[in-house]
Design a protein around this ligand. Structure first.
Ligand code: GDP
Length: 301
């Protein structure tokens, strides 16, 4: 249900165009393929994925001797899921440690990182886990306070220091606190300024090192928040963070705010990093585990 609701824009923008196309052409021919290609590209599915999909569609259409366009529709959804999954299963699951799990959040300012941390904390709490937050963005004015407010709303504590303090020191405190309190999950925020790639790399490296030194095997997840409404720009950001740290999963935020939901597929194929969650709104429970089947079904249902 959440999926259907959250994908309204993509459904009206992308899916309805495909439906119109199917109605318009009826017969599968080169013109049909070309227009389909345009629609997919406009939906930010990404050039490589579109080309792969078109190749496979042409092949399947020939192999199955598909003549009418309405049959192509089901082949499209089938292929979209296949391309997304690339033979892997359950890649959207978070990795948990037996005792303390540490999740590090990275991402550029404004993509929805803080909101996502709150949503995830809320979600984990509902699953019966105890959660602690670490206010590691000591750089952006108001970031600590914003996380604190969310912490109160969700009902989880926030470990923080004053603005401008060393994020690695915050992490050290937070890990210690998480251990002594015996919490299940520690979620760490980090700074999202992007003025300098070397700075970003150094800071993330330092934060990562402090966490992994205190807890072998941690952080168990490094989740990159990307804003779906920024389209291909999100891919550029992802590439940069991938070089800066060991990103284990992506949270695609604001998917409800774009008609170009195809970006999910582009991210998967371009970066080979699984999308673990999608943000489908501004409220606490608007975070959904990403499921390619449900996603594609949500588009065409
Ligand atoms: P940060 O700078 O990355 O920490 O971004 P914030 O968490 O402050 O979010 C920036 C804005 O995006 C806020 O107005 C959020 O309410 C909004 N936002 C975050 N996630 C979503 C989402 O999934 N859908 C929508 N529509 N808005 C979102």
């Amino acid at each position: 249900e959440k999926y259907k609701e959250g994908l309204t824009k993509t459904r009206t923008g992308f899916t309805s165009k495909i439906n119109d196309l199917v109605a318009k052409y009826r017969k599968v021919d080169e013109d049909f393929f070309e227009e389909l290609e345009d629609i997919l590209l406009q939906a930010d599915v990404g050039f490589d994925t579109v080309m792969e999909l078109m190749d496979q569609l042409r092949y399947e259409v020939q192999r199955k001797n598909v003549k009418d366009t309405s049959t192509v529709q089901s082949v499209i959804s089938e292929k979209l899921v296949e391309i997304y999954q690339a033979g892997e299963e359950e890649i959207n699951e978070l990795k948990f440690a037996d005792d303390l799990t540490v999740i590090l959040f990275v991402g550029v300012n404004g993509v929805g990182k803080t909101t996502t941390i709150a949503k995830l904390a809320h979600r984990l709490k509902n699953e019966g886990k105890s959660v602690l937050l670490a206010a590691g963005d000591t750089f952006r004015a108001g970031a600590i306070e914003q996380l604190d407010i969310w912490g109160q709303r969700v009902g989880v504590d926030v470990i923080k220091q004053s603005e401008g303090s060393d994020p690695a020191a915050v992490m050290y405190d937070a890990v210690r606190a998480a251990k002594s309190r015996g919490v299940d999950v520690l979620i760490c925020d980090t700074a999202g300024r992007l003025q300098n790639k070397v700075n970003l790399m150094n800071e993330l490296e330092k934060v990562y090192r402090v966490i992994s030194r205190e807890i072998p095997g941690a952080p168990h997840e490094v989740l990159l928040a990307l804003d779906a409404t920024t389209g291909q720009n999100a891919l550029v950001q992802a590439q940069m963070f991938k070089e800066a740290t060991d990103v284990t999963g992506i949270v695609l935020t604001k998917l409800d705010g774009t008609a170009k939901g195809g970006i999910v597929l582009a991210i998967r194929s371009k970066l080979n990093i699984p999308v673990k969650f999608v943000g489908l709104g501004e409220q606490m429970d608007d975070l959904q585990p990403f499921d390619p089947q449900k996603y594609v079904y949500g588009l065409f249902a």
